[in-house]
Structures are given as C-alpha cells and as structure tokens.
Design a protein around this ligand. Structure first.
Ligand SMILES: [Ca+2]
Ligand SMILES: [Ca+2]
Ligand SMILES: [Ca+2]
Length: 226
C-alpha cells in the first residue's frame, strides 16, 4: 500500500516578497518515476523566462530536506548561458546541495527563452514507500536562492513527483529480498484464505488476500540474498 507521503525535495527557490511569477521551472522525468528503493529517479530541469527582459542572473540551490542523495549534472546550455557558475556549494539548510550561480548581464536571454539547466538525480535508497515531490517553492526560500529575470528577482515555480514502491516480498522495503524478509514473513504465515495480520500486507506477494505457502514461494523466487 502506497502512503500519501509528501516529502519535498527542494530544487530552487526565490527571494521572499516577490509579487509575480516571472519564471517557470519544468521537471521532465527521464525514465520511470515509480521505482523500488535504491533506483535513481532522474528529471531534466528546464528554466523559462516569462517576464520582460531575460535571464540576468540565476542563483538556484538544489538540495533536499528529506532525501539525502540528490545529485545534479549541468547541461551545456546552462554552462553556455551563464558565467561565474559555482557548481557546488553548501548552505546551512541542506546537508547536500548544488548552488547554481550565474551572472550574464541584463536581458542576455529574451522572454520565453528556455534553458536546459541540467539533470536532477535523486537516489532513493532508504526512502520509505510513498510519493515524493520534486519542486521549486518560494515558501522554502533561503538566503541565497533566487532567479533574476530582467534584473528583478522573482518567484520560480514548478514541480513533479515520483513514487517509491517496494518490490514484492521486500517486506521491510530496503530494496533487498533477503533473510530479514524471510524471518519477518514467518511471523505472518497464516495459511490459505486466512486474514492478513496487521503489518503483513507486503508478504501477500500474490495479492490474493492471504499470506500462505504460495506467497512464501514467491519470496523464495525473489530472494537475492544481499
Ligand atoms: Ca528486504
Ligand atoms: Ca493464497
Ligand atoms: Ca497470498
């Protein structure tokens, strides 16, 4: 059962007090967005100017307040568009972040220009089952974070999501089917047609409403012993 967990992975934020949405951020998934724990989820990050002027400066922090494994790979388009890029930095709010800083002079890119910033890679090992949001959120603003379009620092918005779903028989959802799951399942075996005990739902591996020897056989087949 997937929980409706909402955990934010903050990718970029804007200075407080901005009145208008002046830029948008688009996350385009690269590959599946429903994965088992341990599988990376990738998004292409595009930034579009939609106010008068163009990109002048950009300071974007990519960090995570829940996931502890967020990586970023710059696209050449972003590297071409800005100078003075600081590829990695650390602020006081995220244990791990990338600080994209650029200054290319006012109106260097026109209205509607979309720049591919790069690829956001989220490592999911250890993340609980649930749905996670990758987003730009001015409410999460920190001191460094802003995008300046036409010389005015305004808000960037954009979001996408991904889902962590445990593999069949991976009852503790650690990305492995191993001895830990065998011992947990032993306490869940009730036999054909018997109600599933509380906390044992992951071991109904054939999804027929019970935990019995048929489910045990599935676990055996899934066993990877890691
Ligand atoms: Ca497991
Ligand atoms: Ca059965
Ligand atoms: Ca079953």
């Amino acid at each position: 059962m997937i929980r409706n967990t909402l955990l934010w992975i903050v990718v970029a934020v804007a200075l407080p007090g901005a009145l208008a949405l002046a830029g948008t951020v688009t996350f385009t998934p690269i590959g599946p967005t429903t994965v088992t724990p341990g599988t990376d989820v990738l998004f292409q990050l595009d930034v579009t100017a939609d106010a008068a002027g163009g990109f002048a400066t950009a300071d974007i922090i990519i960090g995570a307040n829940q996931a502890n494994d967020v990586r970023f790979v710059f696209d050449q388009a972003w590297l071409n568009a800005f100078i003075n890029i600081i590829s990695q930095n650390s602020d006081q709010f995220y244990a791990q972040d990338y600080y994209i800083s650029g200054n290319n002079g006012a109106s260097s890119n026109s209205v509607g220009t979309t720049i591919v910033a790069g690829v956001v890679i989220v490592g999911t090992l250890g993340l609980p089952e649930g749905t996670y949001t990758v987003k730009v959120d001015s409410a999460m603003d920190r001191q460094f974070s802003n995008l300046s379009i036409g010389g005015v620092k305004e808000t960037l918005l954009g979001a996408s999501s991904f889902t962590i779903q445990c593999a069949a028989a991976d009852g503790n959802c650690d990305g492995k089917v191993n001895a830990d799951d065998f011992s947990s399942m032993a306490a869940c075996l009730q036999g054909p047609g018997q109600p599933i005990l509380v906390g044992c739902g992951a071991y109904d591996t054939d999804a027929d409403g019970d935990v019995d020897v048929e489910d045990y056989a599935v676990l055996t087949n899934q066993y990877n012993g890691l």
